[in-house]
Design a protein around this ligand. Structure first.
Ligand SMILES: *Cc1c(COP(=O)(O)O)cnc(C)c1O
Length: 373
């Protein structure tokens, strides 16, 4: 397999296997795989198909536009979208059979206006339980569920679900949020709502807090084979990273000791050595903050970036290793194969693996392997 100049290779079989494994662990009746932000940089349509093959029965996205893209590609599985443009009228969502996450009374009324008794709007009401992002505040919840029930009785709207999202601040904070959620569920039932999907857990809680699982878990990061925990690796969870980020060596030069490397000369060679040019830069989403630190693997050897990450490229000091133009450079992939992981890049850039994979773009090509490819 020859590497492309700059490429993210996505192993769709890994996504399928991860989802199957996660379903076994959580044991919930339903599992949603979250494919927002181009499936965290992995390719939304391809990963949606791979996730469904692994037993996901729901897909989750932030924006309705992302849901409509899935529909346009022929994906008919249930989809929930939960973060809306204030001007969104939900007409396209209802026409496309996309469930609408509702975080305000205004959104509830807009969704009802987009539904008809023949084609009702399917909504899932989001209650704010402590993350301080969106969701109907607990103080307004009783009024909101009463209004939702009223609208449901007219036939224009169906409340399919009630959901929230956790902070992962600590198990105690998450349990407190779950208690708020359960009170909200009781209030919804008291006005006659019968939501078939109650959900609050994303990857971290789904894996670590069984009482958060309810009817459905929303799996993002873990489905792509990355661990939401610092202390527990993906391999320990039985998950395999789906993405390998790699490129080809674009140039090789032998230089004397005390040669300055890349902008600002933040790196100078200690001895005569070989410098290798890697054609991925911050335009591709390689964090400039990982300058001097980001790890790569060339022919099974581990190196670090020498000096600054530039827009199009960075340099690696390989010492006396024999490296040629065209050789494969792996930035990250499955650590079980001996290459750095996305977590190593997250450490190098003081961030989380979510950001490392999701920010990739620019001139990077994505290619796919596996049965769903
Ligand atoms: C992104 C997101 C998820 C998925 O989170 P992971 O930690 O990647 O599993 C779940 N639910 C909501 C509301 C989200 O925004």
């Amino acid at each position: 397999m020859t590497a492309a100049f700059r490429e993210a290779v996505i192993d769709l079989d890994a996504v399928t296997a991860n989802v199957r494994r996660l379903r076994e662990i959580v044991g919930t009746p339903h599992a949603m795989v979250v494919v927002k932000a181009n499936a965290y940089g992995h390719g939304a349509i391809e990963c949606a198909r791979a996730a469904l093959a692994g037993g996901a029965d729901w897909l989750g996205v932030a924006e309705i536009a992302e849901a409509l893209q899935l529909r346009a590609s022929g994906i008919e599985a249930p989809v929930l979208a939960w973060l809306h443009d204030p001007d969104e009228d939900f007409v396209q969502a209802v026409a496309a059979g996309v469930d609408v996450g509702i975080s305000s009374l205004a959104q509830l009324e807009a969704a009802a206006a987009a539904g008809t008794p023949d084609a009702p709007a399917f909504v899932q009401l989001k209650i704010e339980t402590g993350l301080s992002r969106n969701g109907i505040p607990a103080s307004a919840w009783e009024g909101a569920v009463a209004r939702a029930r009223e609208l449901e009785e007219t036939g224009v709207l169906v409340v399919r679900g009630v959901f929230s999202h956790l902070s992962n601040a600590s198990p105690e904070d998450d349990r407190a949020a779950i208690a708020v959620f359960e009170r909200g569920l009781e209030q919804a039932e008291a006005v006659g709502l019968r939501p078939e999907l109650r959900h609050i857990a994303a990857s971290a809680a789904a894996l670590s807090l069984p009482e958060s699982r309810f009817d459905l878990v929303r799996l993002g990061l873990a489905a792509y084979g990355l661990s939401p925990f610092g202390a527990e690796s993906a391999a320990e969870l039985g998950l395999r990273p789906a993405m390998t980020l790699r490129g080809q060596v674009a140039a090789v030069r032998r230089v004397p000791a005390d040669t300055g490397v890349s902008y600002d000369y933040t790196y100078r060679t200690a001895d005569e050595t070989t410098l290798v040019l890697v054609p991925l830069g911050y335009a591709e989403g390689i964090p400039r903050h990982a300058s001097g630190r980001g790890p790569v693997s060339i022919a099974g050897q581990r190196y670090r970036i020498a000096g600054r990450v530039a827009m199009d490229q960075f340099v690696v000091d390989v010492g006396d290793a024999e490296v040629a133009v065209g050789d494969e450079v792996v930035l990250f992939g499955d650590p079980a194969t001996g290459v750095p992981g996305a977590d190593d890049w997250a450490d190098a850039a003081d961030t989380i693996s979510y950001e490392i994979v999701t920010r990739l773009g620019g001139r990077l090509r994505r290619s796919y392997r596996g049965a769903s490819a």
